[in-house]
Design a protein around this ligand. Structure first.
Ligand code: ADP
Ligand code: MG
Length: 626
């Protein structure tokens, strides 16, 4: 092994800096926390190009006196704790005395600061840990720190930075969290010259939520405030119907410090469990107040992971607070479903088998007997006379597969596109598997609870979830469209979103266009929607665009997955719109589509579309058969 050497001060500094400064967002977090600790009530954050070339934080706090300025940049130099006992009752956000030292080790830093007591301010420039300038200057009370060229002297670290847009989004998340945890501070965020967030600082959590998360979100809130076992949990939660497809709408603060907490997240999930659909997550802003001595924030320099001395107590406190809030604040009737039902596994059905002889005799006249009898269009049967239909084409190639003694046939019938109504096209375009006998024909029996279609096919009864079926069929249809079927809105619709959602949406306009939307920027908190897929109507815009934006926030998804999510949202909404689908003929058509298309087994959310009840089972139940 090589000899042991003590690292040079500069190298040791770089290593230590890496602990604190990972990306522009971590710099902004440290600087803004310093401003909060300095009792500022006005803070402005500005970044350019995701922060990598320029970041500025200006506050109106207490400032740093000239004789302390250089000291503030030394490692382990802090004004916030003095003795070990202070460690167990930390009330400030910082205390390690590492941020300024770390940032100035890996960037070019300029500090301009003035205390109330001093006549003039101080300007200090330090680059890569080396002092470049120290002078007196005229400036207002408070502190401005400018950080340029992050990682300019550590190219290896620079390579790890993501695209400017991603870094800017990460900075935005920090800003949002700070705005939500400190409604008493007026926070401005300027990105590439544009003001993108400006909170009132009126000490009203609701108004901070309105500004950060958007009008829609703010209008759905339930207040929370409960104390359990000495832990106070307060804030705002969303009503269950506004649950989101990701956890991106969950903000937890511990004594006003942003934290990540699996225990708290789990507690929310559990409290909402029976009120929201599987795959959706509660959203809200929750502050957990715990006596300082019951929590250890001294775990990681980034300090978002905290260690509670009693995780279970935190879980319970959050759970009861949320449960309480839901019971008093959410007046909607609770829908209790047994989610443990055994959903059928998607088992591929083996090909129908018939002998070559059977096949020939069946199709010798080239007429699909039952197909014609089954086809209806709104409002009356188009035809039940075989001769009214064009001759079907039987795709015979590759359809005879010898298997042992028998010949297996997978014949695909495709009826020639006819000039009949488009609705008929929809039906006959579905490939119809062979063996068009009575067994395959679908008999519509009725509708139960305005939700479930009861139909009979072959030796089975089927219960079909109308909405799920419709959703899945629309989803498949949207996916297949080469050019989106779109409609321009007579009056463009403004949709208010959180800033993060708005950016995610605008970053993905190409995908949106592909699905038939036309969306453009509109003010700091909203987008303007000019066109939507034809399947939707104007009153769906807010909901669907909100959901899409929220989905787009989840990172790391491939484009096709994002596109699928988009189609889901449209299909789901369009299916709801068609919820009043009522005529027996429409329902009959839906049942036929579901039962004759093997692919339609689950709705896009994974819920089953239909349940099968076999005749043999029924007979068993009635004691007709063993
Ligand atoms: P810490 O915040 O852990 O004390 P930092 O390196 O972030 O360590 O800051 C060092 C010291 O510089 C702080 O303790 C504080 O006294 C001073 N300081 C930093 N930023 C500001 C600011 N914006 N306003 C007033 N004082 C500041
Ligand atoms: Mg600090």
């Amino acid at each position: 092994m090589a000899d042991i050497v003590v690292l040079s001060k500069q190298l040791a500094e770089l290593i230590a800096a890496g602990e604190v400064v990972e990306r522009p967002a971590s710099v902004i977090k440290e600087l803004v926390e310093n401003s909060i600790d300095a009792k500022a009530d006005k803070i402005t954050v500005e970044i350019q190009r995701g922060g990598s070339i320029y970041m500025r934080v200006t506050d109106n706090g207490i400032g740093i006196k000239r004789s302390d300025v250089k000291k503030a940049f030394l490692r382990h130099a802090t004004s916030k704790i003095k003795s070990e006992s202070d460690l167990y009752s930390i009330a400030t956000l910082g205390f390690r005395g590492e941020a300024l030292a770390s940032v100035s080790a890996v960037a070019r830093v300029e500090l301009i600061t003035k205390t109330k007591e001093e006549e003039t301010g101080t300007r200090y420039v330090i680059e890569g840990g080396e002092e470049k300038l120290f002078e007196e200057t005229g400036c207002p009370d408070g502190t401005t720190i400018i950080v340029r060229d992050l990682f300019y002297n550590t190219p290896a670290r620079m390579k790890f930075l993501k695209k400017d847009a991603s870094e800017a989004t990460a900075v935005g998340s920090i800003i949002d969290a700070i705005a939500l945890s400190h409604p008493e501070i007026s926070l401005k965020f300027i990105k590439d010259g544009k003001l993108t967030l400006n909170t009132q600082g009126d000490n009203n959590l609701k108004s901070a939520i309105y500004t950060v998360l958007g009008r829609e979100f703010a209008s759905s809130l339930i207040p929370v405030d409960t104390e359990t076992g000495g832990i106070r949990v307060s804030g705002m939660l969303c009503k269950p119907i506004y649950a989101r497809p990701t956890r991106s709408g969950q903000y937890f603060f511990l004594n006003n410090r942003l934290i990540r907490s699996a225990a708290a997240s789990k507690a929310l999930d559990t409290a909402y469990k029976n009120s929201i659909m599987v795959g959706k997550f509660p959203a809200g802003v929750i502050n957990i107040e715990i006596p300082f001595d019951r929590v250890d924030v001294n775990v990681h320099p980034a300090k978002t992971e905290v260690r509670f001395s009693d995780e279970k107590a935190v879980f319970e406190a959050v759970y009861y607070a949320a449960k309480n809030a839901l019971e008093t604040g959410d007046t909607r009737p609770e829908l209790k479903l047994n989610t443990t039902a055994n959903y059928p596994k998607p088992t591929p059905k083996p090909f129908e088998r018939m002998t070559t002889q059977e096949f020939r005799s069946k199709f010798s006249n080239n007429e699909p007997k039952t197909l014609a009898e089954e086809i209806y269009v709104d409002p009356k049967p188009v035809s039940n006379r075989l001769s009214d239909f064009p001759k079907p084409i039987i795709r015979a190639e590759n359809t005879f597969v010898t298997q042992g003694e028998q010949t297996t046939v997978q014949a695909e019938l495709e009826v020639q596109k006819a000039d009949i109504k488009t609705n008929v096209d929809d039906i006959v375009n579905l490939s119809v598997t062979d063996k068009k006998t009575e067994e395959q024909s679908v008999t519509y029996i009725g509708e139960a609870f305005k939700t479930y279609i009861i139909a009979q096919q072959g030796e089975s009864l089927f219960l079909i979830d109308k909405h799920a079926a419709h959703e899945r069929i629309l989803f498949e249809k949207l996916k297949k469209e080469k050019t989106p079927d779109t409609q321009r809105l007579l009056s463009a619709e403004a949709v208010s979103l959180s800033r993060q959602e708005k950016e995610a949406l605008l970053d993905n306009t190409e995908l949106l266009t592909k699905a038939g939307f036309e969306v453009e920027e509109f003010g700091s908190n909203s987008v303007l929607v000019r066109a939507i897929p034809s399947a939707l109507s104007q009153k769906d815009v807010n909901l669907v665009v909100g959901e899409i934006a929220s989905n787009l926030l989840s990172t790391g998804k491939a484009e096709t997955a994002l596109m699928d999510d988009l189609y889901h949202s449209v299909a789901c909404r369009a299916a709801v719109k068609a919820g009043n689908l009522q005529s027996a003929l429409e329902l009959q058509k839906l049942a036929s589509e579901v039962l004759q298309n093997e692919d339609i087994k689950y709705c896009p959310h994974g819920r089953p579309v239909a349940f099968e009840i076999k005749l043999s089972e029924i007979e068993k139940q009635f004691g007709r058969k063993q």
